[in-house]
Design a protein around this ligand. Structure first.
Ligand code: IMP
Length: 183
């Protein structure tokens, strides 16, 4: 018996679809960054941890991994528009190629804030990889160089994405069709 209510949680993107797309993105990154110098994959905590773990293993290059923490939502489902850095990188990125790895670009406010902040640190280049994009809710246009899937305007969970801190460990992207929490 799964821990969640299967009747209220619909599968939007299943684990096989995710795996196939992540493999493609990994191959694209491998081709794009081969022989270009040091590459750092920077995961935006917490939501990116599952995607980053899979993406990093799909990249056939000696990448460095780092994390930063931001908080924009708290436990609410709506963005406050205020982004706060809760954990900084462990090493400087000056002169390095950086890919910021996100679970989802929703309003775009978090990614915009991070791109502006990182530009001042003089990386050799900076690009964005996001598993999901919800264009219907976009408030600022941010470039997503490596995009997994464009999705409809729904609150999604799983594969790193949470609802009230839970459901990050679902192996698929799901959407809650019922009122209330699906556990
Ligand atoms: P943005 O700043 O509005 O682009 O949102 C960035 C963050 O909001 C993401 O990294 C997620 O943590 C969270 N978020 C946005 N949409 C969803 C969703 O549908 N499910 C879970 N988290 C979401």
């Amino acid at each position: 018996m799964p821990f969640y209510d299967e009747k209220s949680l619909d599968v939007m993107i299943d684990a096989d679809q995710i795996a196939a797309r992540v493999a493609e993105l990994g191959a694209e990154i491998t081709d794009a960054y081969r022989d270009r110098g040091e590459l750092v994959l920077v995961g935006v905590l917490k939501g990116s941890f599952v995607f980053l773990a899979d993406l990093a293993r799909a990249v056939d290059l000696p990448v460095d991994i780092d994390f930063l923490g931001v908080s924009s939502y708290g436990d609410a489902e709506e963005s406050s528009g205020v982004v706060r850095l809760t954990r900084d990188l462990s090493r400087p990125i000056e002169g390095k190629h950086v890919i910021l790895v996100e679970d989802i670009v929703d309003t775009g406010l978090t990614m915009q804030y991070l791109l502006d902040m990182f530009a001042t640190r003089k990386p050799a280049s900076i690009e964005v990889a996001s598993l999901l994009h919800k264009p219907a809710r976009s408030k600022v246009d941010v470039p997503i160089h490596y995009l997994g899937f464009t999705i409809e305007d729904a609150f999604v969970v799983g594969y790193g994405l949470d609802m009230g801190g839970k459901l990050r460990n679902l192996p698929f992207i799901g959407v809650n069709r019922a009122e209330g929490r699906p556990w």
